[in-house]
Write a protein that binds this ligand. Structure first.
Ligand code: 13P
Length: 289
């Protein structure tokens, strides 16, 4: 199946009261692990790519070509959207040109009116190209690939104004952060989420910082309109832990254990394991159409 935009999968998630997982990719192994798991579980999936990861993989065109070719060569039948995560204004345009099917334009650090104007421009370009757009209001705390947010809770009126620009889904800061949550984290701000939902009606909402959010909070967030949940750090932690175990057990020193195909295998399997856990938690298993 060719790559799809995320409209239909997200709207189905909203109607069906579950969330689609958006998992960040960093390289071929990450992509393979996530695609295999989505196919095995018959789950629609979004592959998120930060601008930093795009740069690491040598460019938007390379990532788009790799993902398209892998979906084809692996005979993936579930819907897959290739999504730019926290894109800049220029980055979003470049991703669309390269063949991404969905982009997030993160204008949350601009003065609000500038965020509105720039989001509007990306929406018209993306929709002209048949792609979906995520916008952000408030900011996701913590740091991801050089994008740092102060963790402001989104203003529901501002959310409504951005939602009215014709975006396809909205990321709103509700006390969520990228990376590991600190021990003194207050949890998600469900009052803020309910207020945003009340203003934005049917607009699908996106929950960033999916790593380490307890299951009951995930379920509550979904019940309040969250239809897409982003996960990045947890895949990295699982990958690193499994790789560490392999090396600490001296496996890289046995026979051809240093071969990257062997060295990276436990980490790749570990990514599959956590993606499965998350997909089950988000309720998207068996929802591919
Ligand atoms: P985590 O790294 O906390 O899982 O957040 C991922 C994310 O929100 C990507 O935009």
């Amino acid at each position: 199946m060719p790559l799809v935009n995320a409209k239909e999968m997200i709207e189905k998630a909203r109607e069906g009261h579950y969330a689609v997982g958006a998992f960040n990719i960093n390289n071929l192994e990450w992509t393979k692990a996530i695609l295999q798991t989505a196919e095995e579980l018959k789950a629609p999936v979004m592959l998120g790519v930060s601008e930093g990861a795009n740069k690491y993989m040598t460019g938007f065109e390379v990532v788009a070509a790799m993902v398209k070719a892998m979906v084809e060569s692996m005979n993936i039948t579930v819907p897959v959207a290739l999504h730019l995560d926290h894109g800049s204004f220029e980055g979003a345009k470049r991703a669309l040109k390269a063949g991404y099917t969905s982009v997030m334009f993160d204008g949350s650090h601009y003065p609000f009116e500038e965020n509105v104007a720039k989001t509007k421009e990306i929406v018209s370009l993306a929709h002209f190209m048949g792609c979906t757009v995520e916008a952000e209001v408030g900011s996701i705390g913590g740091e991801e690939d050089g994008v740092t947010g102060r963790g402001e809770v989104a203003d529901p009126q501002e959310c409504k104004k951005i939602a009215d620009l014709g975006i396809d889904f909205l990321a709103a800061g509700i006390g969520n952060i990228h990376g590991k949550y600190p021990a003194n984290w207050q949890g998600l701000d469900f009052d803020a989420l309910a207020a945003i939902k009340a203003e934005c009606g049917n607009m699908p909402l996106v929950l960033h910082g999916g790593t380490g959010i307890p299951e009951e909070m995930i379920k509550k967030a979904i019940s309040l309109g969250v239809c897409k949940i982003n996960v990045n750090t947890e895949c990295q932690l699982y990958f690193a832990e499994a790789t560490r175990k392999y090396i600490e057990a001296g496996k890289d020193l046995e026979k051809k254990g240093f071969d990257p195909r062997k060295l990276l295998a436990p980490g790749t399997e570990a990514i599959k394991e956590i993606v499965k856990i998350k997909m089950e938690m988000f309720g998207c298993v068996g929802k591919a159409f």
